[in-house]
Design a protein around this ligand. Structure first.
Ligand code: KG4
Ligand code: ZN
Length: 345
């Protein structure tokens, strides 16, 4: 097998992403081009993602983005050897757009297609970096929809160690931001605001750290934020102080659980993936904890923390390298348990 061009299509939520990854036998896959459109502005008026609008916008964006990615890579449609797309989990209508386009392309070009698990895309995204991790590692998957700790022994060898019993970490960021009047999507705005916050003015709890176990619970934190905000002078400085205390609580909690998970799994490598992985405090404090405890931290590049087509193309390329693909029947899985994937290596 000479080099393969894998087109990746991501449409699971509110970002349309298309990328081209080149895969050569015996070499690490490389990113040739990527194009992305975020629907954030469109959904901002509604304070959250409107699924029907998301699907319609994916339809408008996906082909122009595919053309753009091919143009950047200097490739023609006929150069595509495989089409990978996000098969789930995600919004059903949004997933169907990517699946429909990918399967139509596969059928027209007579090329194989591959339905990728969105979280596997996040999980493998550090392999787009120059210094990728070796197996086994522990992965902290922190996005708007998921918060999970996984033991990862190889591609498709995933063991769930712990997860949130209520809100996801990103959801907690977004909801707390909204409660203090920040516009959607509040997570990155709250993190930015926290940089202006003074330490020690407010203090929130570190949920579920006072007992053993690797599960998380973040819904109580937003109630603490709401009460602190309602009972305050509601000044700009207070909002920043609360944001800081919230971010410290959530980051501390994740560090405590990551340390426990690494110990439980006997692992020395920690991969952080998903949108909340873009959080500066989380990145800095986990790296510092790693230096202290002797584990190594792996972060995807900032652009690959949030949803993108590159991670889907990459996961597709890795699975393809192990001989996996499927026929071009359009089938998506809006709910999909990561542990049910077959091992690839
Ligand atoms: O992985 P992602 O793009 O989409 C999902 O698969 O959910 O993650 C989006 C989530 C949102 O909840 C967003 O608020 C959060 O990631 N996020 C952040 C930051 N950047 C994005 N949360 C905290 N700090 C950030 N810098
Ligand atoms: Zn995601």
């Amino acid at each position: 097998m000479a080099g393969m061009n894998v087109l990746g299509v991501e449409t699971s939520c509110d970002e349309t992403g298309v990328a081209l990854v080149r895969s050569r036998p015996g070499e690490a896959p490389t990113l040739a081009a990527q194009a992305l459109h975020s629907q954030v502005e469109m959904h901002a008026d509604y304070g959250g993602v409107v699924p029907e609008l998301a699907s319609r916008d994916h339809i408008r964006r996906v082909l122009p983005l595919a053309r753009e990615a091919l143009r950047q890579a200097g490739a023609a449609v006929s150069d595509i050897d495989v089409v990978a797309y996000t098969r789930g989990p995600g919004l059903a209508g949004a997933l169907l757009v990517g699946a429909g386009v990918a399967c139509a392309l596969g059928a027209a070009l007579e090329r194989p297609v591959l339905g990728v698990h969105h979280l596997e895309g996040h999980l493998l995204s550090p392999f787009l970096s120059a210094d990728p991790p070796e197996f086994p590692f522990v992965a902290l998957l922190v996005s708007g929809g998921h918060t999970q700790l996984m033991r990862v022994d190889g591609v498709g060898r995933y063991e769930l160690l712990g997860e949130t019993i209520d809100d996801a970490a990103g959801e907690a960021f977004d909801k707390s931001a909204k409660l203090m009047g920040l516009p959607y999507p509040g997570g990155p705005a709250l993190a930015k605001l926290a940089e202006q916050g003074r330490p020690g003015v407010f203090r929130f709890s570190r949920p579920m750290t006072d007992r053993p176990g690797l599960d998380f619970s973040f819904s109580g934190l937003k109630t603490q934020v709401l009460l602190a905000w309602q009972q305050s002078d509601q000044s700009e400085q207070t909002r920043a102080d609360i944001a800081r205390a919230f971010e410290e609580a959530i980051v501390d909690t994740m560090i405590i659980k990551c340390r426990r998970a690494l110990q439980a799994a006997g692992a020395k490598r920690l991969v952080i993936a998903g949108g909340v992985g873009a959080n500066k405090r989380l990145r800095a404090e986990l790296a510092a904890a790693g230096e202290k405890d002797g584990f190594k931290t792996y972060f995807p590049r900032l652009a690959f923390c949030t949803d993108n087509g590159a991670m889907i193309a990459l996961a597709g390329a890795i699975r393809l390298a192990h001989g996996q693909h499927q026929d071009a029947s359009v089938q998506v899985f809006p709910r999909w348990d990561l542990e049910t994937l077959p091992p690839a290596m």
